[in-house]
Design a protein around this ligand. Structure first.
Ligand code: ZN
Length: 453
C-alpha cells in the first residue's frame, strides 16, 4: 500500500514537527521483576517460569531490589526527580502474552519524573525534556503458526513465558518542539544516547537488534504559527537507530500530505516495516481502556533519600559529558569529532589509545583510517579487531622515535593483526627497522665513494 507523501522540504515550509519518544529498556538483572526466575535469554520455552510469573491464583509478587536500583540510576542520569513515595499500578488487558490478564506497571506515580537531557546533532544541542521513568514487566512471547504470522489467520499459537516478568523500564519524553529539519536526527540521537547511557550504567545490554531497547515514535505536525498540538501517530517497536530517524521522516511526510489536502490525521498505533514505511495498526487505546488502579498485592515503594544519594555518587561519567570533555581535551573540531562518533566503537578505542600514550591526532588517524578499513573488510566492529589500544600506541611510539616510518608502521599493524605478536616483536621478526645509525651510513657512503671515486 502506498501512502500519499509530501516532500520533506514542503513539510518543513508549512509545519513544525513535534516528537514524543517512549523507550523500553529491558534490564539485565539476574532474576525477574516479581519472582526469582532467571532472565537468561534463549533457553527452552517455559523453562524459566513459576506460579508468580505464570499468574497462578494465590501467588504474590515481591519487588526486585536490583531493578529498583537500576531504575533510580537511570532516572538520576536523566536528571530526574526521584519520588519519595510511589506505587505500582495494575494495567488491565486481555491477551495471552500476559497470563495474569494484567501487567504490573506504574501509572500516575512513576518512580522518576521531570528530567532533561541534551542531545547533540552536528553543531546544535537540543534539550529533550523527560516526563517519567517507570518500572513494569515484560510480556511473554507468542508465535503464531500458519497464516501470515498474525493471530487473525493463524492455525494455532505457541506461548513462551520465559520473558514474562522480566524487568522493563519505560522512559517517556515530554513533547519535543523546535527540532525542525533535524527532527529525525534528534530522535535517533536521543535513542543512541540512552543506549550508551544504559550500557555505561551496566543496567542493560542496550542492544536494539535483540530487543533489549525498543522505541515507540510519536509524531505530529503543527501548522506554522499554530499554538495547539496536532493529532499524533505512534509507531511501535522501532528497533534500530536508522529506523527511528526514518519512521519520523516518513510520518512527517505522510501526515504533511494528509493535512495539506485538508484531511485529518487519525490517532492510531502504526507498525514500522523494514522496507521503510509505516502501516496502520489498531486504533489507540486510551488510559480508560486499561482501567488502571493501584496494585493491591505490592506495598508502596519509598526509596530512602540517603540511598538515592549513595546511588548518585556511583554514577559513571555521563556519555554526553564525556563526549564534550574528550572533544575539548583532544582539541578536535566538531567535524573531526563527529567523524569519530559516526564509527561505532571508535570513541572508546581512541580514548584507550590516548590513555596508552598516543596523541589524540595519532590515535584518531590509526583507528579511523587503517584500522577502520580492516574492520570494514572483515565485517567486525573496531573493538573486535585482534589489536589492542596499547599495541596501536606502541606502533605510534616506534614511529615517533624514528625506528620505523609510516609505511613500515602499516606493515607492523598488518603483522599484529596477523597474530605475529606485539609491535616490537613484529619489527624484529620482519626486520622492519629504518637504518638511522649515522655511523653505518657513513661507512656505506665511504665505501660507495671509494668504489667509484
Ligand atoms: Zn517466576
Amino acid at each position: 500500500m502506498a501512502d500519499e507523501l509530501l516532500s520533506f522540504d514542503a513539510v518543513l515550509e508549512r509545519f513544525d514537527p513535534v516528537l514524543g519518544l517512549e523507550v523500553h529498556v529491558e534490564l539485565s538483572t539476574k532474576s525477574k521483576m516479581w519472582c526469582g526466575c532467571p532472565t537468561e535469554f534463549g533457553n527452552e520455552p517455559n523453562s524459566q517460569v513459576c506460579p508468580v510469573c505464570l499468574g497462578l491464583p494465590g501467588s504474590l509478587p515481591v519487588v526486585n531490589a536490583k531493578a529498583v536500583e537500576s531504575a533510580i540510576r537511570i532516572g538520576l542520569s536523566l536528571n530526574c526527580q526521584i519520588a519519595r513515595w510511589c506505587r505500582f499500578a495494575r494495567k488491565n488487558y486481555f491477551y495471552p502474552d500476559m497470563p495474569k490478564d494484567y501487567q504490573i506497571s506504574q501509572y500516575d506515580e512513576p518512580l522518576c519524573f521531570d528530567g532533561e537531557i541534551a542531545v547533540e546533532v552536528g553543531e546544535m544541542a537540543y534539550q529533550v525534556p523527560i516526563e517519567r521513568v517507570h518500572m513494569e514487566e515484560d510480556a511473554g512471547k507468542i508465535t503464531h503458526i500458519g497464516g501470515v504470522g498474525r493471530i487473525a489467520n493463524a492455525d494455532y499459537s505457541l506461548l513462551d513465558y520465559n520473558r514474562a516478568g522480566v524487568p522493563l523500564m519505560e522512559i517517556v519524553t515530554k513533547t519535543i518542539h523546535d527540532t525542525g529539519a533535524a527532527a529525525p536526527e534528534v530522535a535517533a540521537g536521543y535513542v543512541a544516547l540512552l543506549r550508551d547511557m544504559v550500557r555505561a550504567l551496566a543496567v542493560s545490554q542496550g542492544r536494539m537488534e535483540r530487543g533489549n531497547l525498543r522505541c515507540d515514535v510519536n509524531v505530529s505536525l503543527m501548522p506554522k504559527g499554530a499554538s495547539e498540538l496536532g493529532i499524533r501517530s505512534e509507531t511501535k517497536n522501532v528497533n534500530s537507530l536508522r529506523a527511528v530517524a526514518d519512521a519520523v521522516r516518513y510520518e512527517m511526510r505522510r501526515q504533511g500530505a494528509i493535512l495539506s489536502a485538508g484531511g485529518r490525521v487519525v490517532q492510531e498505533t502504526r507498525h514500522w516495516n523494514e522496507a521503510g514505511y509505516t502501516t496502520a495498526g489498531r486504533s489507540k487505546e486510551t488510559a480508560e481502556d486499561y482501567r488502571y488502579f493501584p496494585e493491591p498485592d505490592l506495598v508502596p515503594l519509598a526509596a530512602d533519600p540517603a540511598w538515592v544519594e549513595q546511588l548518585r555518587a556511583t554514577l559513571p561519567e555521563h556519555p554526553g559529558k564525556r563526549r564534550a570533555r574528550l572533544r575539548t581535551e583532544w582539541g578536535f573540531t566538531q567535524r573531526e569529532f563527529g567523524d569519530i562518533l559516526a564509527v561505532p566503537g571508535a570513541l572508546d578505542t581512541i580514548a584507550d589509545t590516548v590513555l596508552a600514550g598516543a596523541t589524540p591526532i595519532a590515535a584518531r588517524k590509526w583507528w579511523l583510517t587503517e584500522l577502520a578499513r580492516r574492520a570494514n573488510e572483515w565485517g567486525v566492529a573496531l573493538d573486535e579487531l585482534p589489536i589492542t589500544a596499547k599495541q596501536v600506541a606502541e606502533v605510534q611510539a616506534l614511529l615517533d622515535t624514528g625506528q620505523i616510518n609510516d609505511k613500515l608502521a602499516r606493515q607492523v599493524i598488518e603483522g599484529v593483526l596477523a597474530g605475529e605478536g606485539d609491535p616490537a616483536a613484529v619489527v624484529q621478526h620482519r626486520g622492519l627497522t629504518v637504518v638511522s645509525d649515522t655511523g653505518a651510513l657513513e661507512v656505506a657512503v665511504d665505501g660507495a665513494i671509494a668504489a667509484d671515486p
